[in-house]
Design a protein around this ligand. Structure first.
Ligand SMILES: Cc1cc2nc3c(=O)[nH]c(=O)nc-3n(C[C@H](O)[C@H](O)[C@H](O)COP(=O)(O)OP(=O)(O)OC[C@H]3O[C@@H](n4cnc5c(N)ncnc54)[C@H](O)[C@@H]3O)c2cc1C
Length: 433
């Protein structure tokens, strides 16, 4: 079958669905394609979906803060139908323990962008998050190292952002966005894999599908998550990228929250660079815990995103859950690993690539590095602004498009996300971005 569109979006994860929605809002006829059988079934479905604002660059903080207003006004943002079930933003706050970020770098960015925060000492941590031990154990160590079991050598402070939290259902979030896109005319094609990017005279012409179908389109956007590098290969643009993307395997584990933790209520999200984890409360009395990629742990880069161990391993379980148990001493640890593994699409500097390419009409929203779920609404808007500017002849590479936030008025230079940038030296170099 041959059809035509104004834009093809490859991938229906949370970023792909947001890109489709925002392009459709500008009047384009969008076709969204995904190789899987449902919307949001890729890495999005495994997301911890924490909404936080501590990033190491102005653009990182400003983007996350701007996106927060769409999460707060989710039904309005989507133009929802009354019968629709919607994902919810649970504002549980976020505690960033000392040793997690460079506080002297992040707090001035908060002041600049307008993110409210509180500075806590160890006593405040104990009072505000009962059950959490503010002991200082840094640097993070392997749990097989005797030094891991040594007593704390001091106490931590923290900063706290009351507006942070998490989205209760990441996959539903992608479905909400795609339903909104469909209401604006987007067509979704599932179980369809893009196998070729059609091009002529340096300009994209559309995509070819594994089923044999062809979609002619002057605009194609690669939002393929951990498959982003493969889709760039199909387009023949990989060589020009100074920032490469690679799949990284990560585990997330789930343990029952102790009855005394956070007074039995939903606790805040916590970034614990002191021990090398992040964690948050979840419904049903659970805590979920992931890795903050401490230097002492090896990273599991994956060559083939279709071939990785999806079950949790005893090694990662021990590392993450024992670190969590140091922070929450009353934690009881189930006898067997509970959790899953999934893939990040990691950019060299852990900052995404939202950009055009030298193949006219071929765009990328990739390298989301385990930290862009929260930015989906603004990533969609970035891409819509970029596509329209470039398709109208603007040279984004030499004169980067600037985006002014609808809600905050903050101006974000989209050159920050360029594929041609030098890696951002100020990045945390891990999932914190
Ligand atoms: C374990 C984990 C925890 C995370 N926690 C957080 C968090 O707490 N906070 C936060 O902000 N972010 C977090 N993230 C990151 C965030 O979830 C991701 O950045 C985001 O979900 C990526 O969405 P996406 O649409 O780019 O990719 P995906 O959801 O992976 O979607 C890509 C889609 O492209 C499709 N596709 C690929 N190739 C093709 C092809 N050739 N043809 C057709 N379809 C194709 C795939 O099937 C897939 O559905 C986390 C990620 C993971 C994995």
């Amino acid at each position: 079958m041959t059809q035509t569109a104004d834009a093809v979006v490859i991938g229906t994860g949370v970023i792909g669905a947001a890109v489709a929605y925002e392009l459709a809002q500008t009047g384009l006829r969008v076709v969204s394609v995904d190789r899987l059988g449902g919307v949001g079934l890729g890495s999005t479905s495994s997301s911890a979906s924490i909404v936080r604002f501590h990033y190491s660059t102005f653009e990182g903080v400003a983007a996350a803060w701007e996106a927060k207003f769409s999460w707060e006004n989710w039904p309005e943002y989507l133009g929802r139908r009354p019968e629709e079930s919607l994902a919810r933003f649970v504002k549980s706050g976020c505690v960033i323990l000392d040793g997690s970020t460079q506080r002297e770098r992040v707090l001035p960015l908060f002041d600049h962008v307008g993110v409210p925060y509180e500075c806590w000492d160890a006593e405040t941590i104990r009072r505000r998050v009962p059950g959490m031990d503010p002991g200082r154990y840094a640097p993070p160590k392997p749990v097989t190292d005797d030094a891991f079991w040594e007593d704390a050598d001091g106490e931590l402070g923290a900063y706290y952002t009351p507006d942070a939290g998490f989205i209760d259902d990441p996959q539903l979030t992608a479905r909400n966005l795609m339903a909104a896109a469909e209401r604006r005319g987007t067509e979704v094609q599932l179980r369809e894999q893009v196998v070729a990017i059609l091009q002529q005279n340096g300009r994209v012409q559309g995509v070819q599908l594994g089923s044999g179908g062809v979609i002619h389109s002057p605009v194609v956007v690669n939002v393929a998550g951990p498959y982003s590098g493969r889709v760039n290969d199909l387009a023949g643009v990989t060589g020009e990228f100074r920032i490469r993307t690679r799949p990284l395997r990560q585990e997330v584990h789930s343990v029952p929250a102790p009855a005394d933790y956070a007074r039995g209520e939903l606790g805040p999200a916590v970034t614990d660079g002191d021990l090398g984890t992040y964690f948050r409360s979840h419904f049903g009395g659970q805590l979920i815990v992931g890795s903050a990629e401490p230097e002492c742990d090896a990273l599991h880069w994956i060559d083939d995103p279709d071939d990785f161990e999806a079950q949790p391993t005893a090694q990662a379980w021990d590392a993450q859950v024992l670190r969590l148990a140091r922070r929450i001493p009353s934690l009881s640890i189930p006898p067997r690993p509970v959790g899953y593994a999934a893939l990040y699409d990691v950019a060299d500097d852990w900052i995404p690539v939202y950009d055009r390419t030298s193949l006219a009409g071929f765009y990328v929203a990739i390298g989301t590095s385990g930290n862009q779920f929260k930015n989906a609404p603004i990533a969609g808007r970035f891409m819509a602004a970029l596509v329209h500017a470039c398709e109208n002849g603007h040279d984004h590479d030499s004169d980067p498009v600037r985006y002014r936030g609808h809600f905050t008025g903050n101006e974000i230079n989209l050159g920050h996300y360029s594929r041609l940038r030098q890696p951002h030296a100020e990045s945390a170099g891990n999932v914190m971005g």
